[in-house]
Design a protein around this ligand. Structure first.
Ligand code: IPE
Ligand code: IPE
Ligand code: MG
Length: 239
């Protein structure tokens, strides 16, 4: 776990919420809000290097979001494909290393291929590490990790007596990422909706009323300044 030696967060995770309400307030379909929300991802990723954010993880689609209408779900999948087509080149050229977390099994084959390709295309980049969570749920991730870990125990590759928190973390989708220092949720809801349950054990939280399509690099910078003033204790006594 990272100690509190840097005032700025190394890893920021964002629950991008409020697209639907943003669109509805304008008398538009929910997908219009998702489309606008996608553009904000681009702005925020671009702002990361100058704000000192090395890792950015965004929640794009949860394991619970399948409960939405077929129109909204398939519209979102189309937007993910469009985002990849539109952004691949600039992500690669701007030093962004892209990863996807979540269970790919339920996703359309074409989309999964595009995700794989973008990961490969940007694998050597190291300026910003962008992780996009699609069909991601914290509980689902822990369950899938446990399944793989159990298989390794069964096959003799892993000794059950050696299993500790670090072992389990190494089986999670996020195994290459540091834990998030800060989790931001837009749109006024103060809940985590199954996002990074394990990894956010010691994260700072920031819940803001702004709807995701209204989120700007300036708002982002303000939140990071607030973060720098917080005292993180990690269970110890300080000061
Ligand atoms: C977040 O916006 C994006 C996704 C969950 C895909 P919402 O679609 O949840 O927007 P609201 O919360 O209904 O306004
Ligand atoms: C969380 O938002 C998921 C994403 C932002 C992708 P939701 O809008 O799905 O969360 P709830 O339903 O309000 O908890
Ligand atoms: Mg929502």
């Amino acid at each position: 776990m990272k100690d509190n030696t840097t005032p700025y967060p190394l890893h920021v995770a964002v629950i991008m919420d409020g697209n639907g309400r943003w669109a509805q307030a304008r008398g538009k379909p929910r997908l219009f809000g998702h489309q606008e929300g996608g553009k904000r991802v681009r702005d925020i990723v671009q702002a990361c290097p100058q704000l000192g954010v090395k890792y950015l993880t965004v929640f794009a689609f949860s394991t619970e979001n399948w409960k939405r209408t077929q129109t909204e779900v398939s519209g979102l999948m189309t937007l993910f494909k469009r985002y990849i087509i539109r952004e691949s080149k600039s992500l690669r050229d701007n030093g962004v290393c892209v990863r996807f977390i979540g269970d790919r099994i339920r996703l359309e084959k074409k989309l999964v291929e595009m995700m794989d390709r973008l990961e490969k295309l940007t694998a050597d980049n190291d300026m910003v590490h962008l992780t996009i969570a699609i069909n991601y749920g914290g509980r689902d991730e822990v369950a899938r990790a446990t399944k793989r870990l159990s298989r390794d125990i069964k096959s003799g590759k892993l000794d059950p007596e050696q299993v500790d928190a670090e072992t389990l973390a190494s089986y999670l989708d996020t195994y290459v990422l540091p834990d998030p220092d800060l989790v931001i949720r837009t749109s006024g809801e103060a809940r985590i909706s199954n996002f990074l349950l394990w990894q956010s054990a010691y994260s700072e939280y920031e819940f803001i009323d702004t709807l995701w399509p209204d989120f700007t690099p300036e708002i982002f910078a303000g939140i990071l300044e607030n973060f720098a003033k917080r005292e993180r204790r990690f269970g110890a006594v300080t000061g």
